[in-house]
Write a protein that binds this ligand. Structure first.
Ligand SMILES: [Cu+2]
Length: 498
């Protein structure tokens, strides 16, 4: 069978000026929409943060309304700002007619406040998790994790960003003015019908998951943000259901990656392009002090041919071999010289990351993510026509089965691979370190704290992980593929920490 998910590993390298012409989308005659900036809610005071799960309508295409879901707002949710060593009290209210579970993705919190599928909020009910934030500064997010419905609920809009600050982040010269030079950038792709309304069907999703045709950034198609003529921090979140992106700028300019899923890297890593799999976050700094607009590209990785050598260092070469023309930019950063700019040099060092010694890693577990022909009997309710069985270590997700039992506070090595294709493997309740990725040593920009790792069928990806919080049988943690249609079809397991 075809396996569009298998792909060469994209390695960022030097990129010359692209100078490529791209086809502008048909709606470019309309004035570009400004980048929507989700409302910022300060959660550091300990006062409850009210998050009403609601239905709404949203216009992705001008003049066309489509039914959506959101937290407080019509689509997506507010950005919640919190801080290490503070309490974050969330008050969810589910006003929908269906149940919703909301997971704090990337948070180091116990299983009973983690928001896995066992913690579904019934229609009309409330859920008030009290979170102690004990982890370093990071960009995290919250999103639907409802059993069998995660894909459609996230697609309709149930996702938002969480920003954690700490003293380390405060002490170094980084842009930090939310909505001015520190921008949330939630990347998703959506498919629309002829009338411009959202289309989604788990049953009709391919084996690769639901791949949208049009990229939306914070819910807007090809928006423009006016920014100062200085350093701009983008908190990129791949919030797509299934799409792997290659992120770059149209003029090939370099940028610095400063943080991965779980926080700051040890030092900024210069890149001209990078891969982002579903669920991942990357904070980057791009310098606009030259006054030129920067056009952010989010290329669909699956539309690029495999490279026999397994690496691509030049985006021009990648584009030459692509099956489609270079897409229009997903986001344009336009310089407004009237805004005061962050121009301080980028710090040479960022965070300290203490890796455990090899002899501290006491146990190894192996995970095989598998897609097999079988009529979808592994998850009959969402099998669909010709759906495949989606399993981890031979078992589809079963709410009544604990698949692994982990000891608290002990380092483990987890080796993960698939029987076909690439998958982003996400683990709840922790940040981990990548030792090997698809058989190779982790590249410098993947050597920081992570909660999602890409794996494939060629070789093992290996992480070292430790859990510092409890997760009981009643409220276990999850590990799963973050292609949401794979998750909803059963590619997920449960584990306790005690
Ligand atoms: Cu998967």
């Amino acid at each position: 069978m075809s396996c569009a998910l298998s792909r060469r590993r994209f390695l960022a390298g030097s990129i010359a000026m692209l100078g490529a012409s791209y086809s502008r989308p048909v709606w470019s005659n309309a004035a570009p929409s400004p980048l929507p900036i989700p409302t910022l809610i300060d959660g550091t005071s300990g006062e409850p943060v009210d998050l009403k799960i609601r239905s709404g309508t949203w216009s992705f295409k001008p003049g066309v309304e489509t039914p959506t879901l959101g937290f407080n707002q019509q689509y997506l949710g507010p950005t919640i700002r919190t801080r290490r060593n503070s309490d974050l009290n969330l008050h969810y209210e589910n006003t929908l007619t269906e149940g919703v579970a909301v997971h704090g993705h990337g948070l180091h919190v116990p299983g009973n406040v983690d928001g896995g599928p066992q913690l579904e909020i019934a229609p009309g009910d409330r859920w008030q998790p009290a979170l102690s934030i004990v982890q370093p500064a990071a960009t995290c997010w919250y999103h639907s994790h409802t059993h069998g419905k995660t894909g459609q609920q996230v697609y309709r809009g149930l996702a938002g960003m969480i920003i954690i600050d700490d003293e380390m982040n405060d002490s170094i010269a980084l842009p930090r003015r939310y909505g001015i030079d520190d921008l949330p950038v939630i990347i998703q792709d959506r498919t629309f019908d002829a009338r411009g309304r959202l289309v989604y069907s788990l049953d009709d999703a391919s084996e690769d998951g639901w791949l949208g045709e049009t990229v939306v950034i914070n819910g807007a198609i090809a928006p423009v943000a006016n920014v100062p003529a200085g350093k701009i921090r983008l908190r990129l979140l791949n919030g797509a259901n299934a799409r792997f992106y290659i992120v770059a700028f149209a003029d090939g300019r370099s940028f610095h990656k400063i943080a991965s899923d779980g926080g700051l890297l040890t030092a900024p890593v210069p890149l001209t392009a990078m891969e982002m799999s579903p669920g991942e976050r990357c904070e980057i700094i791009v310098d606009l002090s030259d006054g030129n607009a920067a056009e952010l590209l989010t290329l669909f990785e699956d539309e690029f041919d495999e490279d026999e050598e397994g690496a691509v260092g030049d985006l021009r070469d990648l584009l030459r071999r692509s099956k489609k023309p270079l897409p229009a930019p997903s986001l344009t950063l336009k310089v407004d010289r009237a805004l005061s700019a962050h121009t301080a040099p980028l710090p040479e060092t960022l965070a300290t990351i203490n890796r455990p010694k090899q002899n501290e890693i006491t146990r190894t577990r192996d995970f095989l993510l598998a897609m097999d022909e079988g009529g979808g009997k592994g998850h009959g309710a969402h099998g669909g026509h010709g759906a495949m069985d989606m399993t981890i270590n031979g078992a589809a997700m079963d709410m009544n089965v604990i698949n692994e039992r982990v000891e608290r506070g002990v380092w483990e090595r987890w080796r993960i691979r698939s029987n076909q294709g690439a998958h982003p493997f996400h683990v709840h309740g922790c940040s981990f370190l990548i030792e090997r990725m698809e058989g190779a040593a982790a590249p410098p920009d993947q050597q920081g704290w992570k909660d999602t790792v890409v794996l494939d069928d060629d070789d093992w990806s290996e992480i070292i992980v430790r859990f510092d919080h409890p997760a009981t049988e009643a409220h276990p943690y999850m590990y799963h593929c973050h292609i949401l249609e794979h998750e909803d079809r059963g590619m997920m397991g449960q584990f306790t920490v005690s």
